[in-house]
Design a protein around this ligand. Sequence first.
Ligand code: TUI
Length: 314
Amino acid sequence: MSITTLLKTRYPLIQGGMANIATAEFAASVANAGALGLIGAGGMNASRLREEIRRAKELTQGSFGVNLMLMNPEVDEMADIVVEEGVRFVTTGAGNPGKYMAKWKEAGIVVMPVVPSVALAKRMERLGADALIVEGCEAGGHIGELTTMALVPQVAQAVSIPVIAAGGIASNRQVAASFCLGAVGVQVGTCLLASQECPIHENYKQAVLKAKDTDTIVTGRIGGTPVRILKNKMAKQYVAKEKEGASREELEVYTLGSLRKAVFEGNVDEGSLMAGQVSGMVHEIRPVAKIIAELFEGVDHVLEEAKDVYNNSK
Ligand code: TUI
C-alpha cells in the first residue's frame, strides 16, 4: 500500500505535532491542502483535546489526526479520548507509546510514533506501528541525538514498515533527499510556522523569517530534555546557566511557560521559539496549501539533476 493510500492524502506529508500551535483550525488547513493535519495535544488538557477533535471534524473532510506528546500529564486520558472520538490517525512524540499501542490498534487507528533511534523503531514495529516518523535533530522542539541523514537510512534498513523522514525538511530538494534516504514521505513543521494560517504570534513568525542557518540552539541537553529553539536572550541565559551546573529548579525559571510566552504573547526575548535548523531557508509567509504544493513541485527534476551530477562524476 502506498503511503498516500495509508494516509488518505494527496501528498505524502504529515504536519508536525507542534504543541500549543497546532489547533483544530491549523490541522484542518493542512488536511484541506491535501496532507495529514495533526492537532498537537502537547500544550492541551484532555477536555480541550476532545473539543479540538470535534472542531476539526466540522472543519475538514480531509485527513486529520492527533499528535500525543507523551510527557503531557493527562496523556493517559488523551489516549482514551482519541479512541472514543474515532480519531483515525495518531502520532506520538517525546516518549515510548508502547502501553497504548494494543488499544489503538484494536480501534483501527493508524499509529505512527516519532522515533529517535533504531532500537525504539524496532520495538514500535513489533508492537504494531503502521509507520514510523523518523526525526533527526535538525528539527525544532524536543529532539533526539542523531541527524536525519544518519538516522533515516538506519531505521529504513532495520524495519519493514514505511518510514517518514522528519527534521530539516523545507524544500523540494530535501523532500527528494528523504526519498533517497529510504523514506516514503516527510513530516514538516518549521516551514509551516511561516504560513498565513499558523496561529502563532506575528513576532514569532517574523523571528523565523529573520533567522539564518546558525540561529538555533539546543537547550536542556544536560538535563536530558534537549529542545531546539531560536537563539534569543532566554536561550543564551539558559545554556550559560546549564554550563554553570544550575539545578533543574533554577533552569525551570527560564522554561516554565516559555513556549506559551512565544506563541501567544510574541515575547521573542523570554519566549521559547521552537524552530528547526531550516529556519534559515524560510523567507516569506504564504498559505499552507502553497507551501505544501511547492515542497513537491519539481522533485522529479531534482532527482534527474542529481542523477546527471552523479553520472558526470564518473
Ligand atoms: O516530541 C517532539 N517534539 C516536541 S515535543 C514538544 S513539547 C516539549 N516542550 C518542552 C520539553 C519537552 C517537550 C516540543 N517539541 N518530537 C518527537 C520526538 N520524540 N523527538 C524525540 C522524541 C523521542 C525521544 C525519546 C521519542 C521517543 C523517545 O523515547 C525514549 C524512550 O522512552 O525510549
